[in-house]
Design a protein around this ligand. Structure first.
Ligand SMILES: [Zn+2]
Length: 264
């Protein structure tokens, strides 16, 4: 593989990897919004159910009230009849009836008050839920706006990367780009690596000397048989030892310069 090709592929892998990250960011961006829409739908559903329950309760209260009125009327009638009775026996029967009406009314009144209290609590709870729904709707609206501008920004970045990609592409060729792009995505941006000491530095597996020689000599592109990354041999491998800083006596002697007055 020619060295220009190597340089192009290294540049290209950076561009392709950035592109893949941006695409993922764009794909993932609506996630919070989706979650918030789901929450809103749940809130609305619960609200509708509560509202149906409230309607049933209100109807029930209406029925209790009707029965109460009915009882009161019956009691008034009975009390009126009191003035017309003639015997002790009639009196006892009517008196018993009136007392029974009073007990029943009392029971119904307790029930009525209990239901009324429940309805009031329910209404207060629904008012809170309504406020939650409204604030959730506002949140979603503002999130939508933010999301739109975020995605637009990311798309612009993506476009500029595509521009860079098009600049590099002619040197690389279309036949390799598809495979290379897949390796970049699969190997998290590291799709072209050097061989060092006969080892693929992508997967750290030892390659046969024959294969290494092929990579060194070949003019075509070689892929690692284990991790599929594109391989190259570094032209001028600098020996590690040469790069190391060596200490010698001259460095130590330099310390005396700090204190020139001292006579050795
Ligand atoms: Zn490998």
């Amino acid at each position: 593989m020619k060295s220009e090709m190597k340089t192009d592929l290294i540049k290209l892998q950076e561009v392709l990897y950035k592109k893949s990250l941006l695409e993922k960011e764009i794909f993932d961006a609506p996630r919070t919004l989706t979650t918030n829409i789901e929450i809103l739908n749940k809130l609305k559903k619960a609200y509708v159910e509560k509202n149906n329950y409230l309607e049933r309760k209100t109807e029930k209260i209406g029925r209790i009230r009707d029965r109460l009125t009915d009882l009161e009327n019956q009691r008034s009638d009975a009390e009126r009849q009191m003035g017309e009775i003639e015997t002790q026996r009639e009196y006892e029967i009517l008196d018993k009836k009136i007392k029974e009406f009073a007990v029943k009314s009392q029971e119904l009144r307790v029930k009525y008050n209990k239901e009324r209290q429940e309805v009031e609590d329910l209404r207060a709870d629904m008012a809170t839920k309504e406020a939650m729904i409204r604030s959730q709707e506002q949140e979603i609206e503002s999130e939508k706006e933010k999301l739109e501008s975020y995605i637009e920004e990311k798309r612009n970045e993506l476009n500029s990367l595509e521009g860079k990609e098009q600049e590099i592409l002619p040197g690389v060729g279309n036949d390799i780009i598809y495979k290379f792009d897949r390796i970049v995505r699969k190997k998290e941006g590291v799709a072209i690596v050097p061989i060092k000491n006969g080892i693929c530095t992508g997967c750290h597996i030892m390659l046969t000397p024959q294969f290494v020689n092929e990579v060194r000599e070949e003019t075509s592109i070689s892929f690692c048989p284990y991790c599929s990354r594109i391989l190259y041999c570094e032209d001028n491998e600098i020996e590690q030892e040469e790069a190391e800083v060596k200490f010698d006596d001259a460095d130590l002697g330099g310390l005396s310069d700090l204190n020139p007055d001292v006579d050795f």
